[in-house]
Design a protein around this ligand. Structure first.
Ligand code: ADP
Length: 334
């Protein structure tokens, strides 16, 4: 397998790569998505056609890159990886397009951050496996058309709403990834502890799973920390007691909320009276990028009903108050 990477977030990606499933059957959870992809892979092989372009969307750490790396393994083809922010101009795409092999996969992470000019440049590549290159300038400029190998574009986005309509329409499959159940995350913790040669009890896996924000990447990083903690403070085995102590020390609370989650809820409740408050105001107060809030922090808080979204902004729900050990405000008299 050939992997070419460029762009920001590479360190995280390398860290993720070690524990990433290699084949569809090793992917835990997301069964419906995995089953549809299995069908698509089988069809592509039987029909001898490249897999149709696929768009994955969902919050960070739920497996978009994992699916993108598993598919070329299933197809027996090569993979190239890049990201929207790394593709500032059409020429930045050229090395990837000229390196394509018949049926190979080009993965573009954060595809919603690709500039419009690059988007337009990629349309004919997606539709007809061809690109139009403009040579020269002004009167003497001419366009040459270049034929590409038939390939599969896999896009990943945390915000499918920010993708342009024409771009979205050019993907044959749209797969939305949802948060994982506690049981699924416990399986991931057990499987990955084995990969790291670390003994773990099933109760400890469940404890990690309950405190991982429904997210495999979070489960993996909590596992890494707990493993270090078990090695340093105990005999290396992760028991439920060890997992609890390790996560308490990491300031992950019993519901799995971390420091940023609590900071968010505290700010919303203490400074803004529980909202409604705009995300920009919250971001400025917490001193985090508003993208971080809306892409990484809020999706889980929304799904678990700590907060809700109203037309005028974010609003704290009763669960947010109890998570912080506060009483919710008395309902306003009618
Ligand atoms: P995304 O691209 O959506 O941000 P990744 O695909 O990079 O997320 O997933 C982050 C990490 O979580 C990966 O390294 C992988 O080990 C793990 N992971 C994600 N989804 C699964 C899954 N379904 N089964 C097992 N591990 C998973």
């Amino acid at each position: 397998e050939k992997v070419i990477t460029s762009g920001p977030g590479d360190e995280q990606k390398k860290h993720d790569a070690a524990l990433r499933p290699k084949l569809l059957k090793e992917v835990i959870g997301q069964r419906k998505v995995a089953e549809r992809l299995e069908i698509a892979v089988r069809a592509s092989k039987k029909l001898n056609e490249p897999l149709g372009h696929i768009l994955f969307d969902g919050p960070p750490g739920l497996g978009k890159t994992t699916f993108a790396t598993v598919l070329p393994n299933e197809l027996g083809t090569s993979l190239q990886m890049t990201s929207g922010p790394a593709l500032a101009k059409p020429a930045d795409l050229l090395p990837f397009l000229t390196n394509l092999e018949e049926g190979s996969v080009l993965f573009i992470d954060e595809i919603h951050r690709m500039p419009r000019v690059v988007e337009e440049f990629i349309y004919p590549a997606m539709e007809d496996f061809r690109i139009d290159i403009v040579l020269g300038e002004g009167m003497s400029a001419r366009t040459i058309s270049m034929t590409l190998k038939r390939f599969t574009l896999i896009g990943a986005t945390t915000r499918s709403g920010m993708l342009s309509g024409p771009m979205r329409d050019r993907f044959k499959m749209h797969e939305h990834l949802e948060f994982y159940s506690v049981d699924e995350l416990a399986t991931i913790a057990t499987v990955n502890a084995a990969k790291l040669n670390t003994p773990i009890t099933s109760q400890a896996s469940l404890e990690l799973a309950r405190r991982s924000r429904g997210t495999p990447r979070v489960a993996n990083s909590r596992l890494h920390w707990t493993r270090s903690f078990a090695a340093a403070q105990h005999d290396g085995t992760i028991t439920e007691e060890v997992a609890r102590a390790a996560l308490d020390m990491a300031e992950v609370d019993r519901d799995g909320l971390d420091k940023n989650d609590r900071k968010y809820l505290e700010t919303l409740i203490d400074l803004y009276g529980g909202g409604p408050t705009g995300v920009e105001a919250l971001a400025a107060t917490i001193n985090l990028a508003s993208d971080t809030l809306s892409d990484e922090i809020e999706p889980y808080l929304l799904r678990e009903q700590y907060i809700t979204r109203s037309p005028r902004g974010r609003v704290a729900m009763p669960r947010a108050y109890s998570a912080l050990g506060k009483l919710p405000p008395a309902p306003k008299p009618k």
